[in-house]
Design a protein around this ligand. Structure first.
Ligand code: ADP
Length: 320
């Protein structure tokens, strides 16, 4: 029988558990052995690996985080580390690995594939920052959490006629800020993909809406733009409106996955195990035009992301 392994790597994301569960159950029901690897690539280096059965993944579909734990592994990210991980896999009889994680983890999977252990990648990150797929597992949960948090801020912002500057996650990718900003009716949304002008894009917009009667304001800023404390001070100095900065931080990473993340996680996990079952490695499971499919791993890593500028423009047209 063929033996495959599954690991979660890099930043955790809600819905990773649904994917691990689906890989495990699909693998076992196809007649393969499925090994769980703890703490990402570290688990391959330390042989922190255990055989899973159908019940190993019971009662995790509703949990945030990852039951397999995750890690950043600088030790793996060297030619020697990759070779050692591949040798350990061969030694343990592991013939393929499902890697659930972000771009960094995918690069690791490419290296491990080159070293002789075929990998299939599943996109799991709350940032939605992977070029090859329209959707990454965890994004929906994070957006909904961010919206809930900003709604709470809004209550107090509204009661005091204040301005709230809220930083949401997304170092290189403004998707979370854009979606959240639309959903909370932000006056301005700042993302790393679109340069902004302080006066035109924040102050003028606030003043314009104030003239028509608006008394409280929410500015949503992606982590990659940053500088929310200074921004809040500058806004207050320029407008006289009391302004507070809030960084939502890692609360956005946690929590029970939404229906969407459980379903997409399940389908992508199933798909990944099935690819390995059919002897296909070096692939990334992606969503394309709303459907789950797969692309070559090297091609995936060479793609560049496109930001939805049209949606960004709509957001600003409507928030007046
Ligand atoms: P994410 O997968 O969420 O993007 P990281 O970028 O931290 O998270 O990557 C997770 C792990 O993948 C790293 O700790 C490292 O072991 C491995 N990795 C990252 N980048 C590379 C790379 N360029 N080559 C090989 N392995 C990498």
């Amino acid at each position: 029988t063929k033996t495959i392994a599954v690991l979660t790597s890099g930043g955790d994301a809600p819905g990773m558990n649904a994917a691990v569960r689906a890989v495990t159950r699909t693998g076992i029901s196809s007649g393969m052995r499925v090994m769980g690897v703890r703490r990402g690539y570290n688990g391959l280096l330390n042989r922190d690996v255990f055989e899973m059965n159908l019940r190993s993944v019971s009662d995790i579909i509703n949990d945030g985080g990852t039951a397999l734990f995750t890690a950043r592994s600088p030790e793996f990210n060297t030619p020697e580390g990759v070779k050692e991980a591949a040798d350990n896999c061969r030694d343990m009889g592991i013939e393929g690995v499902v890697v659930i994680g972000g771009d960094g983890s995918f690069r690791g999977a490419r290296d491990l594939t080159k070293a002789g252990i075929p990998c299939v990648c599943v996109p799991g990150t709350i940032d939605n920052d992977i070029a090859s797929t329209e959707y990454t597992i965890g994004f929906d949960t994070a957006m909904n959490t961010a919206v809930e948090m900003v709604d709470r801020l809004r209550d107090t912002t509204e009661s005091h006629d204040r301005c709230s500057v809220v930083e949401v996650m997304g170092r290189r990718c403004g998707d979370l800020a854009l979606q959240t900003g639309i959903a909370v009716g932000a006056t301005s949304i700042l993302v790393p993909e679109v340069p902004f002008d302080f006066q035109r894009d924040i102050i003028d917009r606030m003043m314009f809406t104030q003239k028509t009667g608006k008394k409280h304001f929410i500015i949503v800023v992606a982590e990659g733009v940053g500088g929310v404390d200074k921004l809040a001070k500058d806004i207050e100095a320029k407008t006289g409106i009391e302004t507070r900065a809030t960084v939502l931080g890692h609360v956005q990473r946690g929590g029970s996955p939404t229906l969407r993340d459980r379903v997409v996680g399940t389908v992508m996990g199933y798909y990944a195990a099935d690819l390995l079952y059919r002897g296909k490695g070096n692939r990334v499971v992606v969503m394309h035009d709303g459907k789950i499919t797969d692309v070559d791993l090297n091609e995936a890593l060479n793609m560049t992301r496109t930001f939805d500028k049209q949606l960004y423009d709509i957001a600003h047209r409507v928030s007046i």
